[in-house]
Design a binder for this molecule. Structure first.
Ligand code: F0G
Length: 465
């Protein structure tokens, strides 16, 4: 069937203001062509991120009312701890206010200057938290992920052969932790196979390196394994998820994704020594370990979100929505990263706008054009986010790709909203050669994409003749 059947009814609605193209032109200029600097009320369809932007269920709102706000030992913590232990099997469960708090605390406990942290691909905050400590964040993207247009399976995998060779060259004790990000957000939201999870786990274990999952989208990764790996298609989703967690020593979770909450995160581990260090730093910087920077009601909503997220009807709807968007864009000739992820569809802006050299930030240029066209906010994942000026020459070091990520907030938009996005793309495809490039006018030295100011590159006037 062609229709995406959203497996929920809508009980509360959130109106958005309809803006005109003229208004959006002014708003974009005021935001210095950086969509992070727009006010959300000036956006109609917000596909900036799937993080903290989902809609909670009636059961989650009910849980909010029953959250226990006691400072120490609140009931909501013990409920959450029981749900997380059942899901992951990890002994020690710490709530934190969001994913990057888990990163800061875990790395703060384990990582030292001069060391290196391997991963299939670090997302931006994860990389920044490693680098902030003076360590190197090293990515091992799988070879099958290099060609964006090829619908290869398991593009999220870590390149185990390259990691193995690299580990042999590292001085003893210089790799304090090994990571694997499921799904691989940096690489098109692609899943990691169970075979790769096993191989990575075995390799880290052989080298005595604690293995942590960056498991923000664990349910979506479990869904792909269940859907695509014949060995797992008859296995219930909680058992697939548990098998992934069993292979690691712990995890960091931004619960703003598959926790189905607007704020929250988790840091879990088995090792009592690591847990002790985490607890101490948690108390210092986040809060008492039974609330970790969250309100009791947040813990309660998260426990309920984790009970809901592995529902096959929900995950099937996630797949159908993402596939609907990706296939309609492809039908228009828009180069979409293949295969599409669940949390987002990524467009290859360098391929879509070949008239723009990568220095003119085709990803950001396309994201701005999409806002002007349809009031749609997306995010560039390319040179603005991951490039930087070469310290020696000042010339821009380019990212490997310039992508635009169209994130799908969970349970928020319907098929009609997605049709609006497709129609905006249909217009842009017609006018693509007129989309101007951008240049950076002002940028912070770290995580510059969030605050940079940009301006259009003057388009040379057409030569008369
Ligand atoms: N790890 C991954 C894989 C992520 O995608 C993110 C956040 C984090 C960690 C950090 O979590 O935001 O709760 O502190 N990704 C968001 C995104 C921001 O838009 O993809 P956080």
């Amino acid at each position: 069937m062609k229709t995406v059947l959203e497996p929920f009814r809508i009980k509360a609605i959130e109106p958005f203001r309809i803006t005109t193209a003229e208004e959006r032109r002014t708003l974009l200029e005021q935001a210095h062509h950086n969509l992070f600097l727009l006010r959300a009320e000036d956006v109609m369809i917000d596909l900036l991120t799937d993080s903290g932007t989902g809609a909670m269920s009636a059961q989650q709102w009910a849980a909010i009312m029953t959250g226990d706000e006691s400072y120490a030992g609140c009931r909501s913590f013990y409920e959450l701890e029981a749900v997380v232990r059942e899901l992951t099997g990890y002994r020690h469960v710490f709530p934190v206010h969001q994913g990057r708090a888990a990163e800061r605390i875990l790395f703060g406990c384990l990582v030292q200057k001069g060391q290196a942290v391997p991963n299939n691909a670090h997302f931006d905050t994860t990389r920044a938290n490693v680098e902030y400590l003076g360590a190197a964040a090293v990515d091992f993207v799988a070879p099958q992920a290099r060609d964006l247009a090829q619908p290869n399976l398991w593009k999220g995998d870590l390149d185990v052969l390259r990691l193995e060779a690299w580990l042999l060259r590292q001085p003893k004790g210089s790799v304090p932790i090994g990571l694997l990000t499921i799904t691989n957000n940096r690489v098109g939201g692609q899943p990691v196979s169970m075979a790769n999870l096993r191989a990575v786990s075995a390799l880290y274990r052989r080298h005595g390196i604690p293995f942590f999952l960056d498991a923000a989208r664990f349910a979506e990764n479990a869904w792909w394994i269940h859907r695509l790996d014949p060995d797992w298609q008859d296995v219930p989703l909680p058992a697939v998820a548990r098998a992934m967690f069993d292979l690691a020593d712990g995890c960091m979770i931004s619960a703003k994704k598959d926790g189905l909450v607007n704020i929250g995160g988790l840091l879990c581990c088995n090792d009592a020594h690591i847990a002790q260090k985490v607890r101490d730093l948690l108390i210092l910087t986040e809060g008492f370990p039974t609330y970790g920077g969250l309100a009791g009601r947040d813990l309660a909503a998260l426990a309920q979100g984790l009970r809901e997220v592995l529902d096959p009807d929900y995950l099937h709807y996630r797949e159908a929505s993402a596939h609907y968007l990706a296939s309609h864009l492809q039908a228009l000739g828009v180069p979409v990263v293949q295969p599409n992820g669940l949390h987002a569809v990524y467009v290859d802006a360098r391929a879509m706008l070949p008239h723009l050299p990568p220095e003119q930030l085709p990803g950001q240029a396309l994201a701005c054009a999409l806002y002007l066209q349809g009031g749609i906010r997306t995010v560039e994942i390319g040179t603005l986010m991951f490039g930087h000026p070469d310290p020696a020459t000042g010339r821009e070091v380019l990212a490997d790709h310039d992508l635009v990520r169209l994130c799908l907030p969970r349970r928020v938009y319907t098929q009609s909203h997605i049709d609006w996005v497709v129609e905006a793309f249909a217009e842009l495809v017609q006018q693509r050669t007129r989309i101007p490039g951008l240049r950076i006018v002002e940028a912070a030295p770290i995580l510059r994409a969030f605050t940079a100011k940009l301006a259009p590159v003057a388009v040379p006037a057409p030569v008369a003749g």
